[in-house]
Design a protein. Structure first.
Ligand SMILES: C[S@@+](CC[C@H](N)C(=O)[O-])C[C@H]1O[C@@H](n2cnc3c(N)ncnc32)[C@H](O)[C@@H]1O
Length: 220
């Protein structure tokens, strides 16, 4: 029994949200437009993850960030808001339609000039990244079966204090459900097993939303 574990009930989640910075008008409008897309809207990160990404971007003094999986732009907006003047965010996605929504809200939030969006399979965009431009923060939230490939492209490009954040590492609880053996679940399990014992990195898995893992390179 893990005595320190506090189950996040709906009232407790409401309490948590009330003790985080509230969404502003652009974030609320973006979330509302995304919700109107239907069930697919559940791909959007949770509100507190947005707060966390902005906070982490500021903490790390991120000059260059990479996002893999942009959708309608909530996580990108959160990262972009934490960037200092001159800071840049490269977004990778394959959907013109969803990122079209993102672009409009980035304009409204006045962060569009910090964001470059590449519409292509993310692995191609990452492989083409020069190794001379250090990545200070990477947020990975796209196709789960490619997480490991994204990791291997991003890890050597990380700056000395750079951090990779993986989203959905608990995959709705499927990681511990023996009946779940679809390719996404298998990929997330394999990634989690690999990262925790990867001697190149220090990693921490946290029960934020659907689970996040933060990874930094070990000093060699
Ligand atoms: C979970 S959503 C991202 C949610 C986003 N981070 C947010 O906060 O709203 C996953 C996104 O990954 C994109 N995607 C899926 N496969 C991809 C690939 N091979 N390369 C790039 N993007 C991909 C999808 O188009 C989708 O927009």
């Amino acid at each position: 029994m893990h005595e320190k574990f506090t189950a996040l009930t709906p009232p407790l989640y409401e309490y948590l949200l009330r003790h985080n910075p509230p969404q502003d008008d652009v974030q609320a409008a973006l979330a509302e437009e995304t919700a109107a897309l239907g069930p697919v809207s559940m791909m959007q990160i949770a509100v507190e993850q947005g707060v966390f990404l902005t906070w982490l971007t500021r903490l790390l003094g991120v000059r260059f960030a990479v996002e893999v999986g942009t959708f309608t732009g909530y996580s990108a907006l959160s990262i972009a808001r934490g960037l200092p003047p001159g800071g840049r965010l490269l977004c990778c996605d394959v959907s013109e339609e969803w990122t079209g929504i993102a672009r409009r809200h980035w304009e409204r939030a006045k962060v569009a000039d910090r964001i470059e969006l590449r519409i292509a399979p993310a692995i191609e965009t990452l492989k083409a990244l020069p190794r001379t431009t250090p990545v200070d923060l990477a947020f990975i939230d796209a196709d789960k079966t490619s997480y490991r490939a994204y990791y291997e492209e991003l890890l050597p490009r990380l700056s000395p204090n750079g951090v990779i954040v993986f989203d959905n590492v608990l995959w709705g609880g499927s990681v511990v459900d023996a009946a779940k053996n679809d390719e996404n679940t298998a990929a997330i399990r394999a990634l989690n097993d690999f990262v925790v014992s990867d001697a190149r990195v220090d990693a921490v898995m946290l029960p934020v939303a659907d689970g996040i893992t933060l990874v930094r390179r070990r000093a060699s």
